[in-house]
Write a protein of this length. Structure first.
Length: 147
């Protein structure tokens, strides 16, 4: 298992990265996924806004964007390279304040959310949303990450 954590900003996120890695390992174990590789890249609102505009055609910032490499549902079960997850630190910080919990909790939530997208989960309809969100909650709860 190889989880790359990259910070493009001049902010110390060592404590948060430690928790993110722990939560993601719990999530992968819960999903019975062993040999994978993916990255999480922390960026600002301007950067994620450009990604959202250029790749999704949505002209505004967002909290998390996942770029999955397995969209066609074909993969090598021996070693899966899932893709990249971009998280806006600006958006995560404002959402943590809005929801009344820590930045660490918000970054862990967004990381798990992004990972599930890399694995093919989505929330485009209520049935899929129920499955994805219950998995998110289960993983965060198991990791002891609460609001």
């Amino acid at each position: 298992m190889k989880i790359g954590l990259f910070n493009q900003l001049d902010v110390d996120l060592k404590k948060e990265f430690k928790e993110i890695k722990k939560v993601l390992k719990i999530g992968l174990k819960e999903l019975n996924i062993k040999k994978v590789e993916f990255n999480i890249i922390i960026v600002d609102n301007n950067y994620i806004h450009e990604l959202n505009k250029n790749y999704r055609g949505i002209d505004r910032e967002t909290d998390v964007i996942s770029f999955a490499l397995e969209d066609d549902k074909t993969f090598n079960p021996e070693e899966r390279v899932l893709g990249d997850i971009y998280i806006s630190l600006d958006k995560a910080t404002s959402q943590a304040l809005e929801y009344g919990h820590s930045l660490t909790r918000e970054l862990c939530f967004l990381s798990v959310h992004g990972l599930l997208h890399l694995l093919g989960y989505d929330h485009m309809n209520s049935a899929d949303e129920k499955i994805m969100f219950s998995l998110q909650d289960k993983i965060l709860e198991e990791a002891g990450i609460t609001r």
